[in-house]
Design a protein around this ligand. Structure first.
Ligand SMILES: Cc1ncc(COP(=O)(O)O)c(C=O)c1O
Length: 321
């Protein structure tokens, strides 16, 4: 009898808990929706609520992936590594012969306006420039105005739990084209690499070619051996990462030893440390490659130090603006 009463009470409690969980989930979804729905997106001269931000199906970005993009971190409400972001976008556009849709000053003003309208303290802004809207024809159309679209994302990037735990990577074949130095919208090979990593429960995929790591699907790849940081030299085989550029400059100013050369997965496995860098993760320790622990399987001191120094530089830059 008591058992029955107990299980009945338990069942009632369970139902209450389930109801609470559903309410909690609904409340959370509403919060997320409110945050996302209220996002303001910039599209070709207009600041629009996300739901109204639309682009033509004849846009060449949609039809051919004919365009380029940038991701710029936001710290304390300010764009950081801003000038390097403009320089790389300028170069990407020039390489595929797309004319800026506005002046560079107007472009930066638009990004600041977007940050302010969306009230972003920390996160990043995604920017995409395509060749614009034209009848579908492979060669570049004449007199087409480039499309410009941008939106910000709120994200805590300075304080990341992943910086404490480290992340894992798996190796995949690099299936990309031969102009990886252009930050092109064509990211299918990277999507496939990331999907393979996700299936294996890893954070990032390190793409390899001819026995060497090129880079991560969305990050620059580094290993550390006997205090020296090793990262692949710039060429058409990799994207010139902005974090990579900052770290190379730090090294050149005497901050630490750096070698710019290719390394294999085998070399990575015997490294003391490994890490990755990009706009949204800054510098993130890697604790295993293909299931093999790197060093003692914990974020290493060189990586921790570089992350701390890069964050200090970003905070100083944000404070100076
Ligand atoms: C293929 C690839 N390599 C490297 C990077 C890192 O570049 P950055 O430091 O400019 O974000 C990215 C960033 O998205 C990337 O997609």
């Amino acid at each position: 009898m008591q058992l029955v009463a107990c299980s009945k009470r338990q069942a009632v409690e369970n139902r209450q808990l389930e109801k609470q969980a559903v309410k909690h989930k609904q409340a959370k979804n509403i919060q997320v929706q409110v945050r996302v729905m209220s996002r303001i997106v910039y599209v070709n001269g207009e600041y629009l609520p996300q739901a109204d931000a639309k682009i033509s199906v004849f846009d060449r970005g949609y039809l051919f992936g004919d365009g380029v993009y940038e991701v710029i971190p936001i710290i304390r409400g300010k764009l950081v590594d801003e000038e390097y972001g403009v320089q790389r976008l300028r170069r990407s556009l020039a390489e595929i012969e797309i004319a800026w849709p506005c002046s560079e000053a107007e472009y930066l003003q638009m990004l600041r306006e977007l940050i302010s309208r969306n009230n972003v303290e920390e996160g990043m802004v995604y920017v995409q420039v395509t060749r614009g809207i034209a009848e579908r024809d492979f060669s570049f159309p004449k007199d087409t105005k480039a499309s410009l679209m941008a939106y910000p994302t709120h994200k805590s990037i300075l304080q990341s739990p992943l910086a404490e735990t480290g992340v894992t990577v798996v190796s995949t074949e690099d299936l990309r084209w031969k102009r990886r130095d252009i930050k092109s919208l064509n990211l299918l090979a990277q999507c496939m690499a990331k999907q393979q990593a996700a299936k294996l429960g890893a954070f990032e995929a390190w793409m390899t070619e001819d026995g060497f790591v090129t880079e991560g699907a969305s990050s620059t790849a580094y290993i550390v051996k006997s205090g020296t940081v090793i990262t692949r030299a710039l060429s058409n085989s990799i994207l010139p990462g902005i974090r990579r550029r900052v770290l190379v400059e730090m090294a050149e100013q005497g901050g630490f030893k750096l070698e710019q050369r290719a390394f294999s997965i085998e070399e990575a496995k015997s490294a003391d440390e490994a890490f990755l860098s990009n706009a949204s993760s800054l510098v993130l320790p890697i604790v295993s490659v293909d299931g093999h622990a790197i060093g003692n399987g914990q974020p290493g001191p060189v990586t921790r130090d570089l992350r701390a120094r890069y964050i200090a530089a970003l905070l100083a830059e944000a404070a100076s603006k």
